[in-house]
Write a protein that binds this ligand. Structure first.
Ligand code: BGP
Length: 479
């Protein structure tokens, strides 16, 4: 007997900007990632204000899911996916974000995708905004720092809620909304980099603007939830957090407090707003000490109070340590940087692998909120080499996923209400942080490379058959 519920949502996750390509087809406008060049583990990506002919923009073709969706969804179905997490490219419907009506060609593409999912018995889980802000809104309004964006976002939500009724039931309002709490988030998250061109790690940081932008996202998220609940009672609305559990590096009480503050602002701040419907108690002191004043309109706090989500989703790749001790060795990661944990090994990109931390994290989140949880991203970004037989034997990826599923099992036994699991990049796609193709997560290998070459053919890795067995046994057979 499986410990996972019978209707457990096994599947995989992607994001439109990282796999669709067709960036300017049928009137689609440029989104923020369309203005980002490729980079690497050591060289930062650039964001440019115009498309530069001497640069490579990996989102422009990506893996061309736009023209391969039938083949790709058929492969997902072959693995037994119950759910497919993807996102809608906002600018495929609203090229500048400001149009009153969506483009029919864009709407029709997602009809085809969702119909294809349904034909294979796969439930779509749709992220409404996954780093795909229309670039025009950055240039005109400084991204989400402009309050106008709430209206544009709602216009977009109303269009997709109406169009995809009967096809989509599960929605996430913003991908990794908490990346707006970090300077890094001002490009892909809040879009508060008006007028900037250069390496993404050199974007000038303006904390006041980032938190103001986050406030607008909170109001937009709550309005979308309220609207969906009122007009489409069958819709289930979720949030999405980039969860990076942090441990105190030592038992020095100063480290305990520093770690608590790190956990509060990095992981709990945004979801307290989206799940509990109010700014957390610790926000007041943080804002005061950082000179941040949030401009609100009457009704904002009431909207936030009422528009709370139905389920909580998060990405989980790694954990970190926080310390006040200057001699600790630093380590990188998907968003934050912290101290190196001597008990953990790291991926080739320096992300500390911590399966047990997933059990801990699931318990922490469920203990705090008591609503259903879903792990909507998890996985190992790795260099895949083909063996002499021409196949990728990714035992390292299987090990990573197996260990994480084992810990999900423990968490469910602990009593956590876990709805589903969608490992990241179930088919190889462009890395969000570096723009590389070489950082691969998929069960399916795509012949596409960092220099933009490749014939885009798809091939199954060893992990493909392994995951198929995991799903077929509802997570029992992880061998
Ligand atoms: C998350 C993002 C995804 C995805 C993933 C892996 O933060 O939501 O879009 O890309 O990280 O990160 P990367 O692509 O940088 O390896």
């Amino acid at each position: 007997m499986s410990v996972f519920r019978d209707d457990f949502l096994w599947g995989g996750a992607c994001a439109a900007n990282q796999f669709e390509g067709a960036w300017d087809v049928d009137g689609k406008g440029p989104s923020v990632p369309d203005m980002c060049t490729n980079g690497s583990h050591t060289e930062p990506k650039w964001v440019t204000r115009t498309i530069r002919p001497d640069r490579l923009y990996p989102s422009h073709e990506a893996i061309d899911f736009y023209h391969h969706y039938e083949e790709d969804i058929a492969l997902f179905a072959e693995m037994g996916f119950k759910v497919f997490r993807t996102s809608i490219n906002w600018t495929r419907l609203f090229p500048t974000g400001e149009e009153a009506e969506p483009l029919e060609a864009g709407l029709a593409f997602y009809d085809r995708v969702f119909d294809c999912c349904k034909a294979h018995g796969i439930e779509p889980l749709v992220t409404i905004s996954h780093y795909e802000l229309p670039f025009a809104l950055v240039e005109k309004y400084n991204g989400w720092a402009g309050r106008e964006l709430i209206g544009f976002y709602m216009n977009y939500c109303k269009a997709i809620f109406a169009r995809y009724r009967g096809k989509v039931k599960y929605w996430l309002t913003f991908n990794e909304i908490n990346c707006g709490t970090m300077p890094f988030g001002s490009i892909l998250g809040t879009g508060t980099f008006q007028g900037f061109e250069g390496p993404t790690n050199e974007v000038p940081d303006n904390e006041q603007e980032r938190y103001q932008a986050l406030h607008h996202q909170f109001v937009a998220s709550a309005q979308a939830v309220l609207y969906a609940h009122e007009h489409y009672p069958e819709y289930k609305m979720g949030n999405m957090i980039c969860f990076i559990t942090s441990y105190p590096y030592t038992c020095d009480p100063a480290d305990m407090v520093a770690n608590q503050q790190q956990m509060n602002m990095m992981n709990w701040f945004c979801s307290d707003v989206q799940v509990r419907g109010e700014y957390p108690y610790f926000a007041k002191r943080f804002f005061a000490e950082h000179g941040i004043t949030i401009k609100m309109e009457p009704g904002d706090l009431e909207t936030i109070k009422k528009g709370t989500v139905d389920f909580y989703t998060f990405s989980y790749y790694m954990s970190n340590c926080t310390t006040t001790h200057k001699d600790a060795e630093a380590v990188g990661g998907n968003i934050g940087r912290g101290a190196k944990n001597p008990y953990l090994k790291a991926s080739d990109w320096g992300w500390q692998i911590d399966p047990v931390g997933l059990r801990y994290t699931l318990n922490e989140i469920y203990g705090r909120y008591r609503i259903p949880l879903m792990v909507v991203e998890n996985g190992l970004g790795a260099y895949d080499e083909k063996g002499p037989d021409g196949k990728v034997h990714d035992s390292y990826r299987i090990d990573y996923l197996r260990q994480h599923i084992e810990q999900m099992r423990e968490a469910v036994k602990d009593g956590v209400d876990l709805m589903g699991y969608t490992p990241w990049g179930c088919i190889d796609l462009v890395s969000a942080s570096t723009g590389e193709m070489a950082k691969r997560y998929g069960f399916i290998y795509v012949n596409k490379f960092d220099d933009g070459t490749g014939d885009l053919t798809r091939e199954k890795k060893d992990s493909f058959d392994w995951y198929k067995k995991v799903i077929a046994t509802n997570g029992e057979d992880l061998g």
